[in-house]
Design a protein around this ligand. Structure first.
Ligand code: PLP
Length: 429
């Protein structure tokens, strides 16, 4: 198993740092060699050795209707024949912006960028430019890409300043990023009081997907909204994972809370490199060339990325039944998995929001970074590798969410549950 993947990984390490172009792919959290993929269709991945897997990663989110979704592929091929990039405006960009405005609450204007990282970096700059303040509050265990402001660890106490979590990030940057605890409004209040009139923005994953899947507790998002209103702080929802997935209007629609700015990534390009940030007219008008906050990109609004995203989002918008089906399928897997783990007496806590699903091998209710860390990581590793052998491709880390696609069939879900039973038995022995 994995012979060609192993050979390719050895080769890759000679020319690419760690053999991968993004660290999560290197299997560092689970050990072993990453699987090199050859092709995919619907929910079936095929690796370079010809082995097939049922996919629960979905390229980390965008494959809501499955891989190689025919209308997207056809539209991309047709568009590519007219040129891959103009560096000049196209009607497609206008149609895309109009479609997002129809689907999402609270977005008056939207700017396309090339990744979720860029979207979040830009949103922070806009919030700073708009408020004239420097500091930003983020949450422990939330991920907003690799912009300097986000690579910051919490200090030792709630009111201490952050420290860089990566060499290359300056102390000065770290001093402007404050870290609060997810689902804990008091930790936010403390920071806002301590740094009164200094905080430009609060950025949050409205459903956390980067420490496993952790839903916001009742009142958390609306509480953040009230705090931002009270302190004139810009509320940014990072919907890179949740946008167009947990509802067509994302977490804003699902939880009935409207942010001031919202960021998107991966899904908005159906798997091509895209991100976007948008929000209230009053704030977005500071963005260049309307306003003084500079933001730009040679390939931003790229026609291939736009047509891919536009085709996927149009389908989701016109046929919202996809969301009902996704909800049903994910509930089926959630219930089945919890029965499997209970049958084997494995302490487990499962979280689900729409088609995002996370399981933690712990007795604790998982509500934040600290409780997520009580998961039995060794058991996860053994379970992950057994599942992989049994033809199920899970995210290669105990701290990532599963993303389901509507291309999953009942047979595939049953096959997954059978594999989960066999795999947990193997993992426990
Ligand atoms: N924000 C969230 C919530 C994410 O999950 C990610 C990536 O996984 C990002 C931002 C960064 O996006 P990208 O990897 O496209 O830069």
């Amino acid at each position: 198993m994995l012979e060609t993947s192993k050979e390719l990984f050895e080769r890759a390490k000679q020319s690419i740092p760690g053999g991968v172009n993004s660290p999560a792919r290197a299997f560092n959290s689970v050990g072993g060699s990453p699987v090199f993929m050859e092709k995919a269709e619907g929910s079936i991945l095929t690796d370079v050795d010809g082995k097939e897997y049922i996919d629960y990663v979905g390229s980390w989110g965008p494959m809501i209707l499955g891989h190689a979704y025919e209308p997207v592929i056809e539209a991309v091929q047709e568009t590519a024949a007219k040129s891959t990039s103009f560096g000049a405006p196209t009607e497609l960009e206008v149609k895309m912006a109009e479609l997002v405005k129809r689907m999402v609450p609270g977005v008056d204007k939207i700017r396309m960028v090339n990744s979720g990282t860029e979207a979040c970096m830009s949103a922070i700059r806009v919030a700073r430019g708009y408020t004239g303040r420097d500091k930003v509050i983020k949450f422990q265990g939330n991920y907003h890409g690799h912009g300097d402001s986000f690579l910051i660890n919490a200090g030792s106490g709630a009111l201490t300043l952050g420290t860089p979590s990566s060499p290359g990030v300056t102390e000065g940057t770290a001093n402007d990023t404050l870290t609060a605890d997810y689902n804990d409004l008091n930790s936010v209040k403390q920071l806002l009081n301590e740094f009164e009139d200094e905080v430009a923005a609060i950025i949050v994953e409205p459903v956390a997907g980067n420490m496993g899947c952790i839903p916001p507790q009742k009142g958390f998002l609306s509480g953040l909204r009230e705090l931002c209103n009270g302190h004139d702080v810009v509320l940014i929802f990072d919907e890179v994972m949740t946008g167009f997935r947990v509802a067509q209007g994302g977490a804003q629609q699902r939880y009935g809370v409207t942010a001031d700015l919202v960021t998107y990534g991966k899904i908005i390009g159906a798997g091509l490199p895209v991100g976007a940030f948008g929000g209230k007219e009053e704030i977005m008008q500071v963005v260049s060339p309307d306003g003084p906050v500079y933001q730009a990109g040679t390939l931003s609004g790229n026609p291939l990325a736009m047509i891919a995203g536009y085709t996927l989002l149009s389908e989701l918008h016109e046929n919202p039944v996809h969301y009902d089906e996704l909800e049903e399928k994910t509930t089926y897997l959630y219930t089945g998995l919890s029965e499997v783990f209970t049958d084997y007496d494995v302490p487990v806590h499962l979280n689900r929001v729409g088609s995002m699903l996370g399981f933690f091998f712990t007795e604790e209710e998982v509500v934040n970074f600290e409780t997520a860390n009580t998961t039995d990581q060794e058991l996860f590793k053994a379970f992950f590798h057994a599942m992989l052998k049994n033809g199920i491709y899970l995210p290669p880390s105990p701290f990532e969410s599963l993303f389901l696609a509507n291309s999953l069939t009942k047979e595939m879900l049953d096959q997954t549950l059978d594999a989960a039973g066999a795999s947990i038995e193997q993992a426990l022995n």
